[in-house]
Ligand binder design. Structure first.
Ligand code: RM4
Ligand code: MN
Ligand code: MN
Length: 431
């Protein structure tokens, strides 16, 4: 196993659904045209949309209480790439894969790069991991990594990040995302200012190792594993550090890394305004860093984030770009199905935001017509753009209904045979 789904099966699936899709597409084209919107422009935009896959999302996730492994989980990075390739084959929206080291570390990067190329995939940002100790590691991260009091632990964490840059470079990646779990569980455990000073010192060494065409992305997170004071807890700290470090440092917004009810779209607007919005980890949450599927809890928030991105793109033109990835933990669903439907949800928010009548919105804002301003956003959000997404997929070789096509191809059953469960730990999922 380890190959894509037979394209003939995808074609067969599409043939069954094509007539209905044509009818739905035509009906939507008609109603959009009455609103002065050309459906073809939106479909062309949807075809170009991409969101990268987290390699660690291909395995079943879990919580600190338990993990319930699924069948046929990928046992190594090559098998993760196979699953990612299937997701991209059916959605045509996920050509990039974001790797996590050392979980995905291998000695032969050339072989891995070739495997990705043969699947039509490329490597997006790479992620370092200094929130766990690895077997045989000289210095523990129990009391911190880039901010540790122990200089040797700090140096080890810096060296790991530099190694990630080297691995990423060999794989064709163009950036490193740094998320650390560092912080304190008790008041007094750390000197709050001292921790951030050490963080900046460590990050300066990592920054200095960046190739010219690379960027480093600082990912903030409110809490967990540090439950009293996390060193990089919020976008303000992230922004200040990115400013300190220089132009190659940007901020990365993981949607789940905020307190409930935080106005994330405003954070997006602020970072974009000051040139520090680097990218996203998309997921959804109800309480904290739940890592639920994108758009499953609060699709309106996702739309509002994309609305800010559309606004920034309009202001700044072609130079405005963010690195977009999913970062989710699939504890009770088939990870391939969750990643496919999540990629589609993110793409949906992107298309809905493209539908916003920005001129009308500006007019309502200027005349203080609050109700109509709000309705302008709602009108775009309420539009069911599913036929656009399905048509975009069909035109570029994907499946009209990715999850249905995946199920009928029996991919999971086949990999369940080819990948018997391994005893012991798995690097799959987020635990
Ligand atoms: C963290 C954070 C990072 C991800 C790890 C696995 O909560 O979201 O982006 O690399 O989880
Ligand atoms: Mn993340
Ligand atoms: Mn997270």
């Amino acid at each position: 196993m380890g190959t894509l789904i037979d394209q003939a099966l995808v074609a067969e699936h599409n043939a069954k659904l094509k007539a209905d899709l044509d009818a739905d597409y035509e009906a939507l084209a008609g109603s959009l045209s009455r609103r002065g919107v050309d459906i073809e422009t939106l479909t062309a935009q949807a075809e170009k949309f991409a969101v990268a896959l987290p390699s660690w999302g291909a395995g079943t996730g879990g919580t600190r209480f338990a993990r319930f492994p699924g069948k046929g989980e990928p046992r190594n990075v090559f098998e993760k790439l196979d699953d990612c390739a299937v997701i991209h084959q059916l959605t045509r929206a996920t050509p990039g894969v974001s790797l996590h080291f050392p979980w995905d570390k291998i000695s032969d990067t050339a072989e891995l790069r070739e495997k990705a190329r043969s699947h039509g995939l490329y490597f997006d940002l790479v992620n370092s991991n200094t929130f766990q100790d690895q077997p045989g590691q000289a210095h523990t991260y129990k009391y911190g990594s880039l901010t540790a009091q122990n200089a040797a632990a700090r140096e080890q964490a810096v060296a790991h990040n530099i190694e990630c840059i080297e691995l990423g470079r060999a794989l064709g990646s163009k950036g490193l995302t740094v998320w650390i779990g560092d912080g304190a569980n008790f008041p007094g455990q750390n000197n709050l200012r001292g921790s951030l000073e050490r963080y900046l010192d460590s990050m300066r060494a990592i920054y200095a190792a960046l190739p010219d065409d690379w960027q480093v992305y600082i990912e903030h997170k409110l809490f967990e594993p540090a439950f009293y004071a996390t060193t990089i807890a919020d976008w303000g700290t992230s922004f200040a550090c990115a400013q300190e470090l220089g132009p190659k440092a940007k901020c990365l917004v993981d949607l789940g890394h905020h307190a409930p009810n935080t106005n994330i779209e405003m954070i997006v607007a602020r970072l974009a305004q000051f040139g520090k919005l680097g990218g996203f980890h998309f997921n959804d949450s109800k309480y904290g860093d739940d890592d639920l599927d994108s758009g499953s809890i609060n699709p309106f928030q996702l739309f509002l984030v994309f609305n800010e991105l559309a606004d920034a793109a309009q202001r700044e033109g072609a130079s405005f770009k963010t690195a977009n990835m999913l970062d989710q933990s699939h504890n009770v669903t088939d990870p391939i199905e969750s990643l496919m439907s999540s990629a589609v949800e993110v793409q949906r928010a992107f298309v809905q935001a493209a539908l916003v009548d920005r001129e009308a919105l500006r007019g309502f804002q200027e005349s203080n017509d609050v109700l109509n301003a709000a309705q302008t956003l709602k009108k775009a959000f309420r539009t069911d753009v599913s036929p656009i997404l399905a048509m975009a997929r069909l035109r570029i070789g994907g499946a009209i209904d990715p999850v249905a096509a995946y199920r009928s191809a029996g991919y999971r059953e086949q990999v369940a045979v080819a990948r018997p469960a391994k005893a012991g730990a798995s690097s799959s999922g987020i635990v």
